[in-house]
Design a protein around this ligand. Sequence first.
Ligand code: DUC
Ligand code: ZN
Ligand code: ZN
Ligand code: ZN
Length: 466
Amino acid sequence: MTTTAIRGGLVITAAEETHADVLVEDGKVAALAAPGSAFAQGWQADRTLDATGKYVIPGGVDAHTHLDLPFGGTASSDDFETGTRAAAWGGTTTIVDFAVQSRGQALREGLDRWHAKADGRCAVDYAFHMILSDVNESTLKEMDLLVSEGVTSFKLFMAYPGVFYSDDGQILRAMQRAAGNGGLIMMHAENGIAIDVLVEQALAAGRTDPRYHGEVRKALLEAEATHRAIQLARVAGSPLYVVHVSAEEAVAELAQARDKGLPVFGETCPQYLFLSTDNLAEPDFEGAKYVCSTPLRPREHQAALWRGLRTDDLQVVSTDHCPFCFSGQKELGRGDFSKIPNGLPGIENRMDLLHQAVVDGHITRRRWIEIACAAPARMFGLAPHKGTIVPGGDADIVIYDPHAEQTLSAATHHMNVDYSAYEGKRVTGRVETVLSRGEVVIDRHTYTGRPGHGRYVPRTTCQYLT
Ligand code: DUC
Ligand code: ZN
Ligand code: ZN
Ligand code: ZN
C-alpha cells in the first residue's frame, strides 16, 4: 500500500478552498487533514510532496477530445498516446473522447474500434461518448446497451451533411430513445444545410481564404440550430447538452431555455474565449490554423461566453481538441477553405488558460475548478471519483503554481502538432506536479508517466438530473 502526502497547499475544489494536507492511499484520497495534524497523530507517508505556496486542485476533466480521428481526408495528429500525455502535462487527468459510428456501421463496431485505438496507450484515464452518424432502428436499440455499459452520452450533428449529419426526424428519435434510457444527447448545433449553400456561393465568388470559413458559418445559423435542438428535446422529453457554443445568440437561446427550468446545458471552449475572427484573417493562409466548427467569432461574442460561465448558463469548458498540423494537413485547404480540416489543438492549454481567466477577473478560483473539473465530471457521470478532491475519490490531483509565468508555444508544448493556437501568449500559472490515481505522472515539470497507466472508465448517467 503506497501512501503519499501532499503538504502545505491551498486545496481548491468547486465547493471550497481550505489549507489542508491531502493524504493519498492506494490511488485514492484517504483524507484531508488540517496542516500537519495527521503527522502529529502518527500518520506516515512513503512520499511527501511539498505544496507550500501552491494550489492543490483536482485533475482536469476534458469532456471533448478527438484523438486519432479520421476527418477531412486526414486524421487528427494526436493519437491516444501523445494526446493523453499532453493532457497530463496540462493538468488534465481524465478525457472523454468521441467514438464514431460511420455510416452503415453498428455502434458496436465504432466503439470497438475506439477501444482498440486507446487500449494500452493512455497516460491518463479515459472514457467515451458515441457519435451517431446513422440513426436507424438498430442504432436506437444499441443506444440502450451502450448506456448500460457506461457510454452514456451521444453526439448528433446538425452540421456536415453527408458525413455526420442527422435530420430532424433522426434527431427526434434519438432524443426520444435517450429520454427512455437515461442517455445525454450532445448536439453540434449549426444549420449545416444552409451553411453548405453559403459555402458553395462563397467559393463560386472566389472567396476561398480561411476567413470565409467564419463568414459562412454564421452566428445566426448556430443560434437557429440551438433553438431547434432545444425545441426537439422538449418534444422528446430529453435533456440536451450543446457542445462548443461560440455565438452570443446561441448563449441567449440556452439562457432562455434554462430560465424556463429545462434540462439544457452548454459547453464552450478556450478558443472561443481567447481567440477571434482576427486570427482567421491572419495573412499567408495562417488563418487555417484557426479553422474549427463552430467557428471563431468576432471578439464581441466573448463577453457573452464569460457571462454565461458566471451565470451557469454555460456549465463546462472542454477543448474540442482536434489537432491538425499546418504543414500537410491544414494546407489541404489552400485555395478552398472548405477543405481545411476543422479543428484546433488545446488539450494541454485548457487548465492554464482558465487560470489566466481567474487572474484576469473573468471567473473565481472555485468557478475555474467547477467548469474545468467538477461540472464535466458530474455532467458525464464520473463524479465523485473524478473532478474533485474528496475522501474515497480517485487521487487525480494537480499541484499548481499560481505565480509561475510561462509563454505558450509550439516550441515547448507536448501536443503532436506543429503550431500553437496561442503562440507567444503569456500566462500566469503553471502545472507543477500531477497525480493520476495516486501515481505521479508529472513530477515538477518532468514526465514520469507511461502509456497504459490510463484506464478506461465506464460512466454512470448525467448527474445533473438526479
Ligand atoms: N468541429 C471541429 O472543429 N472539429 C471536429 C469536429 C467538429 O465538430
Ligand atoms: Zn462538433
Ligand atoms: Zn468536437
Ligand atoms: Zn509560486
